[in-house]
Write a protein that binds this ligand. Structure first.
Ligand SMILES: Nc1ncnc2c1ncn2[C@@H]1O[C@H](COP(=O)(O)OP(=O)(O)OP(=O)(O)O)[C@@H](O)[C@H]1O
Ligand SMILES: [Mg+2]
Length: 146
Protein backbone atom coordinates (compact mmCIF):
# COMPACT_ATOMS: atom_id res chain seq x y z
CA UNK A 1 0.00 0.00 0.00
CA UNK A 2 1.38 3.43 -0.87
CA UNK A 3 1.47 5.79 2.09
CA UNK A 4 -0.68 8.91 2.16
CA UNK A 5 2.41 11.05 1.63
CA UNK A 6 2.87 9.43 -1.76
CA UNK A 7 -0.73 9.85 -2.87
CA UNK A 8 -1.48 13.36 -1.57
CA UNK A 9 0.20 16.59 -2.59
CA UNK A 10 -0.62 20.00 -1.20
CA UNK A 11 0.52 23.02 -3.21
CA UNK A 12 0.35 26.52 -1.68
CA UNK A 13 -0.84 28.88 -4.40
CA UNK A 14 0.00 32.58 -4.40
CA UNK A 15 1.74 33.29 -7.68
CA UNK A 16 1.88 32.36 -11.36
CA UNK A 17 4.84 30.06 -10.60
CA UNK A 18 2.69 28.18 -8.06
CA UNK A 19 -0.02 27.67 -10.71
CA UNK A 20 2.58 25.93 -12.88
CA UNK A 21 3.72 23.78 -9.94
CA UNK A 22 0.12 22.76 -9.14
CA UNK A 23 -0.43 21.91 -12.80
CA UNK A 24 2.76 19.81 -12.99
CA UNK A 25 2.13 18.03 -9.68
CA UNK A 26 -1.42 17.23 -10.78
CA UNK A 27 -0.28 15.89 -14.09
CA UNK A 28 2.33 13.69 -12.38
CA UNK A 29 -0.18 12.35 -9.86
CA UNK A 30 -2.74 11.70 -12.61
CA UNK A 31 -0.11 9.73 -14.52
CA UNK A 32 0.61 7.70 -11.36
CA UNK A 33 -3.13 7.06 -10.99
CA UNK A 34 -3.19 5.61 -14.51
CA UNK A 35 -4.36 8.48 -16.69
CA UNK A 36 -2.68 8.86 -20.04
CA UNK A 37 -2.72 10.85 -23.25
CA UNK A 38 -5.11 13.78 -23.52
CA UNK A 39 -6.68 12.99 -20.11
CA UNK A 40 -3.44 14.23 -18.51
CA UNK A 41 -3.88 17.55 -20.27
CA UNK A 42 -7.54 17.77 -19.21
CA UNK A 43 -6.62 17.19 -15.55
CA UNK A 44 -3.76 19.71 -15.75
CA UNK A 45 -6.01 22.30 -17.40
CA UNK A 46 -8.75 21.95 -14.75
CA UNK A 47 -6.09 22.41 -12.05
CA UNK A 48 -4.63 25.50 -13.78
CA UNK A 49 -8.03 27.17 -13.98
CA UNK A 50 -8.92 26.78 -10.30
CA UNK A 51 -5.37 27.68 -9.22
CA UNK A 52 -5.46 30.77 -11.46
CA UNK A 53 -8.77 31.78 -9.91
CA UNK A 54 -7.11 31.64 -6.50
CA UNK A 55 -4.30 33.97 -7.63
CA UNK A 56 -6.57 36.33 -9.57
CA UNK A 57 -9.60 36.52 -7.29
CA UNK A 58 -8.39 35.52 -3.81
CA UNK A 59 -4.61 36.17 -3.96
CA UNK A 60 -3.62 33.03 -2.09
CA UNK A 61 -4.88 29.59 -1.18
CA UNK A 62 -3.97 25.98 -1.78
CA UNK A 63 -4.57 23.11 -4.15
CA UNK A 64 -4.67 19.62 -2.67
CA UNK A 65 -4.25 16.72 -5.08
CA UNK A 66 -5.07 13.14 -4.12
CA UNK A 67 -5.18 9.78 -5.73
CA UNK A 68 -8.57 8.29 -4.89
CA UNK A 69 -10.34 4.93 -4.98
CA UNK A 70 -14.02 4.04 -4.79
CA UNK A 71 -14.76 0.35 -5.16
CA UNK A 72 -12.70 -0.64 -8.18
CA UNK A 73 -12.72 2.91 -9.58
CA UNK A 74 -9.52 4.91 -9.45
CA UNK A 75 -9.07 8.56 -10.03
CA UNK A 76 -7.80 11.90 -8.88
CA UNK A 77 -9.32 14.47 -6.54
CA UNK A 78 -8.47 18.14 -6.83
CA UNK A 79 -9.48 20.53 -4.04
CA UNK A 80 -8.78 24.24 -4.47
CA UNK A 81 -9.50 26.35 -1.41
CA UNK A 82 -9.01 29.92 -0.38
CA UNK A 83 -10.14 32.38 2.24
CA UNK A 84 -10.62 35.15 -0.29
CA UNK A 85 -13.70 37.31 -0.93
CA UNK A 86 -15.97 34.43 -1.93
CA UNK A 87 -18.50 34.39 -4.77
CA UNK A 88 -21.79 36.25 -4.37
CA UNK A 89 -23.74 34.66 -7.24
CA UNK A 90 -22.50 31.13 -7.91
CA UNK A 91 -24.85 30.36 -10.81
CA UNK A 92 -23.69 33.56 -12.54
CA UNK A 93 -20.03 32.66 -11.92
CA UNK A 94 -20.65 29.23 -13.51
CA UNK A 95 -22.00 30.78 -16.73
CA UNK A 96 -19.82 30.76 -19.84
CA UNK A 97 -18.52 34.26 -20.43
CA UNK A 98 -19.20 35.77 -16.99
CA UNK A 99 -16.20 37.46 -15.39
CA UNK A 100 -16.21 40.03 -12.61
CA UNK A 101 -12.82 41.14 -13.92
CA UNK A 102 -11.32 41.19 -17.37
CA UNK A 103 -11.13 37.42 -17.86
CA UNK A 104 -12.99 35.51 -20.53
CA UNK A 105 -15.21 33.96 -17.87
CA UNK A 106 -14.46 30.46 -19.06
CA UNK A 107 -12.37 29.12 -16.16
CA UNK A 108 -15.03 27.69 -13.84
CA UNK A 109 -17.48 26.40 -16.50
CA UNK A 110 -14.52 25.04 -18.48
CA UNK A 111 -13.07 23.19 -15.46
CA UNK A 112 -16.54 21.85 -14.66
CA UNK A 113 -16.78 20.27 -18.12
CA UNK A 114 -13.34 18.66 -17.86
CA UNK A 115 -14.09 16.57 -14.75
CA UNK A 116 -16.64 13.94 -13.69
CA UNK A 117 -17.63 15.50 -10.36
CA UNK A 118 -17.56 19.20 -9.58
CA UNK A 119 -18.60 20.95 -6.36
CA UNK A 120 -18.30 24.65 -5.70
CA UNK A 121 -18.86 25.96 -2.20
CA UNK A 122 -18.43 29.65 -1.58
CA UNK A 123 -19.50 32.30 0.94
CA UNK A 124 -18.89 36.02 0.68
CA UNK A 125 -16.30 37.06 3.23
CA UNK A 126 -15.39 33.44 4.04
CA UNK A 127 -13.85 31.96 0.92
CA UNK A 128 -14.23 29.47 -1.87
CA UNK A 129 -13.66 25.73 -2.19
CA UNK A 130 -13.81 23.87 -5.49
CA UNK A 131 -13.79 20.06 -5.31
CA UNK A 132 -13.30 18.11 -8.50
CA UNK A 133 -12.92 14.40 -9.20
CA UNK A 134 -11.92 12.70 -12.37
CA UNK A 135 -12.23 8.93 -12.66
CA UNK A 136 -10.29 6.70 -14.97
CA UNK A 137 -12.43 5.49 -17.91
CA UNK A 138 -15.48 7.43 -16.80
CA UNK A 139 -18.02 9.33 -18.88
CA UNK A 140 -20.56 10.57 -16.38
CA UNK A 141 -20.61 14.06 -14.99
CA UNK A 142 -22.26 15.51 -11.88
CA UNK A 143 -22.16 19.05 -10.45
CA UNK A 144 -23.27 20.54 -7.11
CA UNK A 145 -23.23 24.13 -5.98
CA UNK A 146 -23.72 25.54 -2.47
N1 LIG B 1 -11.54 31.63 -5.91
C1 LIG B 1 -12.40 32.62 -6.21
N2 LIG B 1 -12.64 33.60 -5.30
C2 LIG B 1 -13.50 34.61 -5.58
N3 LIG B 1 -14.17 34.73 -6.74
C3 LIG B 1 -13.96 33.79 -7.68
C4 LIG B 1 -13.06 32.70 -7.47
N4 LIG B 1 -13.07 31.93 -8.57
C5 LIG B 1 -13.92 32.50 -9.42
N5 LIG B 1 -14.46 33.62 -8.90
C6 LIG B 1 -15.48 34.51 -9.52
O1 LIG B 1 -16.16 33.79 -10.52
C7 LIG B 1 -16.01 34.47 -11.78
C8 LIG B 1 -15.94 33.44 -12.90
O2 LIG B 1 -14.73 32.67 -12.79
P1 LIG B 1 -14.06 32.10 -14.12
O3 LIG B 1 -12.83 31.40 -13.76
O4 LIG B 1 -15.11 31.36 -14.87
O5 LIG B 1 -13.76 33.44 -14.97
P2 LIG B 1 -12.56 34.47 -14.80
O6 LIG B 1 -11.57 33.98 -13.81
O7 LIG B 1 -13.16 35.81 -14.53
O8 LIG B 1 -11.96 34.49 -16.26
P3 LIG B 1 -11.06 33.33 -16.96
O9 LIG B 1 -10.96 32.19 -16.00
O10 LIG B 1 -11.79 32.96 -18.21
O11 LIG B 1 -9.75 34.00 -17.21
C9 LIG B 1 -14.78 35.33 -11.62
O12 LIG B 1 -14.79 36.44 -12.51
C10 LIG B 1 -14.88 35.75 -10.17
O13 LIG B 1 -15.80 36.79 -10.00
MG1 LIG C 1 -10.79 32.08 -13.97
Amino acid sequence: MPSEAETEVSVPVGSDADIIIARQQGRALAEKAGFSGSDLTLVATAISEVARNIVEHARRGEVVLRMIHQGDKRGISIVARDEGPGIDDISLAMQDGYSSGKGLGLGLPGARRLVDEFELESSVGVGTTVRMKKWLNSHRSVAKYR
